[in-house]
Design a protein around this ligand. Structure first.
Ligand code: GAP
Length: 437
């Protein structure tokens, strides 16, 4: 059976991954809040990206630039001109705006007359200071990388870096999208994980292939079904205004293929335009470095991982017949909680005390939860639904021999582990993937 986005939205709301924003006031179009499990999943996803793109490399440096920048940045980058605008027609009667309408069409809502299409810029405007005049206008950043470009020289000098090297950043971006939608796929406020790789012009094509391959392997390594991932070479007409070459990485969502990441050859566009506009010379030995960019949305990739791991018995991915529930078969590194601890019975003090003792130890090392309500089977199902890879049960044998049962989410295999080795064992299971003693 096909996974429906409705089921996934329902699970994420019920289980504290994603809530519609300001729901008590009727919600707010395309704004979402991340609940207790969502925030952990997001943190883990960002950590995996950060490890891959920065921490495990000695040629990529981290940055956290500000969201509100000098508006001259956006003049220089081209975001305030045509390159970053949608063409919209406005209904003269109901004043709603529409994208991609055919000539002579009437308003799809009220059949009123439409204005000819006009440019509508996607930058989110705001004012700095108390006076809301033109001089105070500024913008929330529409892509994190402009903070990277303006800091190119700062980072290069303070880290004594030579070409080629990269700068990586995770942070919020804002776009006044005309048609947000598809849950957290297209929003007006979202997070990006971007890496700008600065290199010599003659090396740019090779590095493009290198980073594209690396990014695809990252998804594969985190367990994405590669049949649901594809790369799309974007033609000149559709490319962003700065891109000399663009390959989109798309995932097959229940609502169709959707871009989750873009790999761009930005040429020397950014460093050159910022040099021209600011007077700061970003060239090296008379040449501007070229930039290969990898740019992924946190929420979009998170949605891809959620959809991909959402498994039901009747969707054909789970062969075990005694399983009737939903299992979030998400990579252990991404799972919001790694361990759940249960006493077999909640009315046996010695079991509860021991379980709480085990819980307080294990949560020092892993995100963990404690649950004592309902049958053990029910408690397993509760954890399966939110992707917890390991459940630990404290039973009467535990009191005798200080061992517990550890049960693994996907195989449902169980094994006895000594309490004193529990942390070490879970770490091993987390790292090497195999659930063997
Ligand atoms: N610096 C290059 C850049 O921003 P982009 O293709 O416009 O390129 C990169 O955006 C990624 O950011 C997209 O692949 C997507 O994952 C994410 N993204 C862009 N707009 C978004 C939106 N409105 N909501 C959620 N994610 C978005």
């Amino acid at each position: 059976m096909e996974k429906s986005i409705k089921e996934i939205i329902s699970l994420t709301k019920r289980k504290g991954f994603v809530y519609p924003s300001s729901l008590i006031y009727g919600g707010f179009s395309s704004s979402y809040d991340f609940g207790p499990r969502g925030v952990l999943l997001k943190k883990n996803l960002k950590e995996e990206w950060w490890n891959e793109m920065t921490r495990n490399r000695d040629d990529v440096f981290g940055l956290d630039a500000s969201i509100i920048m000098n508006p001259k940045t956006w003049e220089a980058s081209g975001h305030l001109s045509k390159g970053f605008a949608d063409k919209l027609s406005e209904c003269k009667k109901c004043h709603k705006r529409f994208k991609d309408l055919e000539n002579d069409q009437k308003c799809p809502e009220c059949k009123g007359e439409l204005t000819p299409p006009r440019e509508f810029n996607l930058m989110m405007k705001t004012f700095i200071g108390p006076v809301e005049d033109d001089a105070a206008v500024t913008y929330l950043r529409a892509e994190t990388c402009q903070g990277i470009f303006v800091n190119f020289k700062n980072v290069m000098n303070s880290m004594r870096a030579d070409l080629p090297f990269g700068i990586a950043q995770i942070g919020k971006s804002f776009r006044n999208e005309i048609t947000p939608g598809n849950f957290i796929f297209r929003m007006r406020e979202f997070e990006q994980m971007e890496m700008q790789w600065f290199c010599k012009k003659e090396d740019a094509d090779n590095f493009f292939e290198f980073w594209l391959d690396k990014r695809l392997k990252w998804y594969e390594g985190l367990g994405i079904d590669m049949k649901k991932l594809r790369k799309v070479e974007v033609g000149e007409e559709e490319r962003a205004h700065y891109a000399k070459r663009q390959v989109d990485i798309e995932y097959l969502f229940p609502f169709g293929w959707g871009e989750i990441e873009g790999i761009h050859n930005r040429g020397d566009w950014d460093l050159k335009t910022h040099s021209d506009h600011s007077g700061e010379d970003f060239s090296i030995e008379g040449e501007f470095p070229w930039v290969i960019e990898t740019s992924v949305g946190v929420e979009r990739s998170l949605l891809a991982f959620l959809v991909d791991s959402y498994t039901r018995l009747d969707d054909g991915r789970d062969e075990s017949s005694d399983r009737k529930e939903t299992v979030l078969k998400i990579d252990r590194r991404l799972a919001p909680t790694k361990v759940a601890v249960f006493p077999l019975l909640k009315n046996k003090k010695e079991l509860v005390d021991k379980a709480k003792e085990v819980f307080s130890e294990i949560k020092k090392e892993f995100d963990a939860v404690y649950d004592e309500t309902g049958s053990i089977g029910k408690r397993y199902r509760r954890q399966d639904e939110v992707g917890t890879p390991f459940c630990i049960t404290i039973d009467f044998d535990t009191i005798e021999d200080n061992t517990v049962t550890v049960r693994e989410r996907d195989t449902m295999n169980q094994m006895r582990v000594e309490i004193e080795n529990l942390g070490k064992k879970i770490k091993e299971f987390m790292n090497n993937g195999d659930f063997v003693s």
